[in-house]
Design a protein around this ligand. Sequence first.
Ligand SMILES: Cc1cc2nc3c(=O)[nH]c(=O)nc-3n(C[C@H](O)[C@H](O)[C@H](O)COP(=O)(O)OP(=O)(O)OC[C@H]3O[C@@H](n4cnc5c(N)ncnc54)[C@H](O)[C@@H]3O)c2cc1C
Length: 375
Amino acid sequence: MRLDIEQTEFAAAVRAFAQDQIKPVIGDFYERGEFPADLVRELGKLGVLGVTLPEEYGGAGAGLFMLGLALEEIARVDASVAVTVEASVTLGAEGIARYGSPEQQAKWLPRLAAGEGLVAFALTEPSGGTDAGRTDTKARLENGEWVIDGAKCFITNAGTVMTDLIIATAQTGPGEVSCIAVEPGTPGLEIGPEYSKVGWRASDTRPVYFDGCRVPESNLVGQRGRGFVQFLELLDSGRVALAALATGSAQGCLDESLVHAKEREAFGRPIAENQSIAFMLADMRLRAHTSRLAWQDAALKADAGEPFGTDAALAKLHASQAAVENARDATQIFGGYGFMNETPVARAWRDCKVLEIGEGTNEVQRMLIARSLGV
Ligand SMILES: Cc1cc2nc3c(=O)[nH]c(=O)nc-3n(C[C@H](O)[C@H](O)[C@H](O)COP(=O)(O)OP(=O)(O)OC[C@H]3O[C@@H](n4cnc5c(N)ncnc54)[C@H](O)[C@@H]3O)c2cc1C
């Protein structure tokens, strides 16, 4: 798809930051399992975290397409930082921008748009994430406050030094799910320790517990009982963003593999001169290309206000599979080095699997696509 000048310049600025600032240092953060707060803050200064948020609060007021361009460039180098941005913007800050009250927007959006704060969106529970309508966490109104009890698991951005807000889904009545914002430090909110993850090791993922956690009634985000609908809408955008992220991973695997295959020699010639390797590179290019077309098509429809739920599912399903396959081929092209954590494609190999799980597993995407076919 042809980019206009503004899109080209924005993508180029994010690419330069990713290549010059993230790429040289992210491997060490990854090995330590450490959240790279300064890098995320710098992305905030570049405007990445505020790109979709309203201009009146300091955002750029641009759409999902612009965010996708940034996520693709970041993930081309590292998926941990990309998912930090993706989860905070599409599932968190966008929730406040779309459904929050004017008071909530004025209170929280300026810092989020400036990239000084992050949001965690807490939907998944220990008893299951796919069956998301079944929310065991409960919230009851008592003297003008919501009292929340329950537990969430696998929550991205829940415990970073930058986290301003956790937006949790909770049952606020029989068959009624609502979204409630909770600020870190609220009594009764406990943020668990960072999980030991296979991949995305420089992103922050934790369990969250609510034990008689009290927040003002005004912390309800959106209408009472509309939480399920709200998060389904946010997840559609999230899937497009995750597809852009997956495309970046797929492209990054190709970038690295191409350089390596041209340099690495076996039997007196570069391994790229073997047709089996060259064809692998061609397939990787194809997967990155079709993934890009898929997420960009879905994003353009979203930004035009057209229905895009099925396109989001198609993009997420295709791009996540492409990323997994490119990571597998890239590690093969790198041989033994592909199994060493110091090699970026080894990180990609560990990172990409979760793309088939998060924000609706690929089984869920297939269900949505099948449903759109009337089956
Ligand atoms: C690193 C990481 C970060 C995450 N970040 C967040 C976050 O920020 N916020 C958040 O709320 N969640 C987050 N999640 C959770 C994620 O969204 C869930 O793991 C995912 O939705 C799947 O839920 P589950 O793990 O409970 O699997 P389950 O729901 O137990 O599903 C297990 C398997 O069964 C399959 N399955 C279930 N039902 C069906 C069916 N009807 N037909 C066919 N197959 C089916 C699923 O596709 C899956 O393969 C994160 C997860 C990870 C790993």
